[in-house]
Design a protein around this ligand. Sequence first.
Ligand SMILES: C[C@H](O)[C@H](O)[C@H]1CNC2=NC(N)=NC(=O)C2=N1
Length: 295
Amino acid sequence: MCYVNNLIISIIKRYRAPRTFLPKGKVIQPAGSGCDSVGRDREQRKKREELKNPSLNSWVLFAKYEIDVLNHLLVILATCAIEIISFKLVPISWTIYVIEEHFVHYSLSSCAAPDVVELSLHRTILSGFRAFCSSKGVCGRGPAGGDSTLGETKVLFCKGVGLGGGIELVVVVNLSLRKCVPCNRKDLSPITEGSASVLKPQVPEWELFNDGGVMKLRRKWKVKNFLLGLEFFKIVADLAESEGHHPDLHLVGWNNVVIEIWTHACGGLTENDFILAAKIDKLPFESYLRRKVNN
Ligand SMILES: C[C@H](O)[C@H](O)[C@H]1CNC2=NC(N)=NC(=O)C2=N1
C-alpha cells in the first residue's frame, strides 16, 4: 500500500504545478470557503501548502482536491493496465474473430468491444498490433455464434510468440480462392512448420516431403495414357501461368504424373505453393485419370 501511496504522491507532485493541477478558472472551492478573490487566493495557497506536505495520506488529498487528478491517475493506471496486458505480463485469453479474409476482429476475453486489426495474410502476422494468445488451439471461428461470413475463413491456430512479440495467427482461408503473390517480394520467406501444418489440411491429397533440405509439396496421379498426361500438364501449365507460380512437372513411365511444388525464390515452401496445390486440385482432370481398380 505504501508503494501505491508513494506512487500517488509522486503523481500529485507532478500535478501540483498550479497550471496543471489548478486548471484555468476551474477551481472547485472547498465547502464554506469565501467566493471573493482574496478568499480564493488564500485557499489556493493552502492547497499548495498541503500538496507540499507529503505526510497527508494521498487519498485524503484526492478526496479534497479536483477530481481531475483522480481522472488523470485513473487514466494513467488504466493505460498501465492495458500496457501490462498488451505486454503480456498478465496472460489473457483473446477471442479472435475472423470476419473477412484480411481483417481480424479481436477482443480482450470477448468482453471488450471487438476491434479490427489488419492481418497480413502473406506474413501471417497481425500487422500493427501486439497481441497475445494464452494458448494454442482454436482462437475463434468467426463472429460469435457462427462461422465467419466467408464460411471458408477460419482461425485454426494461434500461439503467443513470446513477450513483446506479435501473435502468429495462421488464418486458413479457402486456399483455392486466394491468389499467388509474386515471388520476388522482399518479405517472402519460407513458412514455419506451424503454418505448414495448418495449411496442409486444405490440400489433403498432397504430401509434404523434404528433398535434400528443401520442403516441398508432392502429389501423384495415374493417367490413362501418355498423351492425356501431356493434356493434364497443359491445364496445369495454364493455371500456373495465370498464377505466376509454377510447379515441377514429371511424367514418368508414360502414365505416372508427379507434380512437385515449392518456391524456388526462397528455397522452401510458401503460401503460394499451398494455393497452387489447392487450385490444381480444382482442375477438371478426372477424365484423364485411369480408373482406380477396386481390389
Ligand atoms: C516474379 C515471379 O513471381 C517469379 O519469377 C516466379 C515465377 N514462378 C515461380 N514458381 C515457383 N515455384 N517458385 C518461384 O520462385 C517462382 N518465381
